[in-house]
Design a protein around this ligand. Structure first.
Ligand code: PMP
Length: 363
């Protein structure tokens, strides 16, 4: 394999870690507000910590390489057999495994403009050609993606709600799309942010998996479940595809504490409900203030909001960092005048909004 592929890759740029900013600015880490990586401001649920504690007493043992407890819990919750579930070290690992299994030189992957950068990295890492399809406004243009399918395309990545736009796909759109895509092309439907979508706007993507053997839905414990630091995610697809991916999945990819914590909180609907409510309230708080400040934003159905600052966006980013606030600049999404801010608790959102208003007043 030629290292030339690797030279094409821009490394993944995550939100600046709190520890890094604390070192740079000589700040107390506890004083730093990070609204950059769409993490859960309520922290991890107590149910997950209970599960983690039990697993922590057995750390000399390998994890269950088959993740039986976690996969059975997932299978039960979503009404599929256990061999329809594949676990990942975070859901991003499943994108990597999918590309490793299917992408090679001379093949392509498709995804929309304004995408999660891992799709591109995983494609290039396997010598494939990532093809970015222009969005329609801020919406994924499913017709344009379907039009772009040729016999070189192996994988299509779709994201709902999408990061960084917070826009969703509907069930009817997905259905129409799946009817158009040949069954030889694997469609990964990345639903990392699904739990933030108002229930009446969700569609039953798992039911769709039952009808399309080339569809895999991915979900994560990193967002609504508050376990980003543990790294646990899963995919649901028909057993042929799951078995295919399992051939190259690293045997102990999902660690013992992650498996136990994830299984312990999977059905913690009371926690999910608290997270959902607080998030919708926070989205409203942010969007109302953006409107009052005369800022353009993309109405969000996720746990972050994309807002247009203008040419001073990089300056605002620095101004916020100086005040211990980390947000996500959007130049790497091709949106240099925009920022993406994750939804925090009410007081956290207020701290960010006050700093933003102060910047705009002085700018
Ligand atoms: N998909 C999207 C769209 C994301 O934004 C993220 C995290 N930023 C992920 C997947 C991956 O999440 P994880 O690997 O933590 O499950």
């Amino acid at each position: 394999r030629s290292p030339a592929y690797i030279d094409l890759i821009e490394p993944y740029r995550a939100g600046k870690p709190i520890s890094e900013l604390a070192r740079e600015k000589g700040l107390d880490p506890d004083s730093i507000l990070k609204l950059a990586s769409n993490e859960n401001p309520l922290g991890a649920p107590a149910s997950a910590l209970e599960g983690a504690k039990k697993a922590a007493s057995r750390l000399s043992l390998y994890p269950d390489g088959n993740a039986y407890e976690l996969k059975s819990a997932v299978a039960k919750r979503f009404g599929v057999p256990i061999d329809w579930v594949v676990v990942g070290n975070g859901s991003d690992e499943l994108m990597g495994i999918t590309c490793e299994a299917l992408v090679e030189p001379g093949t392509k992957t498709l995804f929309s403009q304004y995408y999660f950068s891992v799709y591109r990295i995983d494609t290039l890492a396997n010598g494939g050609e990532p093809v970015e399809i222009p969005a329609r406004g801020f919406d994924i243009d499913l017709d344009a993606i379907a039009d772009a399918v040729d016999d070189k395309v192996r994988v299509i990545f779709l994201t709902t709600p999408n990061n960084p736009t917070g826009r969703i796909l509907t069930g009817a759109q997905m259905e129409k799309f799946m009817e158009r895509v040949p069954s030889s092309v694997i469609v990964v439907l990345d639903e990392a942010y699904r739990d933030f979508v108002p229930p009446e706007q969700r569609f039953d993507s798992i039911a769709m998996v039952k009808r399309y053997p080339n569809l895999m839905v991915t979900r994560t414990f990193s967002k609504a479940y508050g376990l980003a630091g543990l790294r646990a995610g899963f995919g649901i697809a028909q057993p042929e595809l799951v078995a295919f991916l399992n051939r190259i999945r690293p045997p102990f990819n999902c660690n013992a504490i992650a498996q136990a914590a994830a299984a312990a909180c999977l059905n913690d609907d009371a926690f999910l409900e608290r997270v959902y409510k607080m998030n919708r309230e926070g989205v409203r708080q942010l969007q109302e203030r953006f409107a009052a400040l005369g800022l353009e934003f993309v109405p969000s159905l996720s746990n972050f909001v994309l807002v247009k600052i203008g040419p001073k966006a990089p300056e605002l980013n620095q101004w916020l960092l100086d005040r211990g606030i980390i947000i996500r600049p959007c130049a790497s999404f091709g949106l240099p005048e925009w920022i993406r801010v994750s939804v925090g608790t009410g007081p956290q959102n207020e701290r960010f909004l006050s700093a933003l208003a102060e910047f705009l007043a002085g700018a």
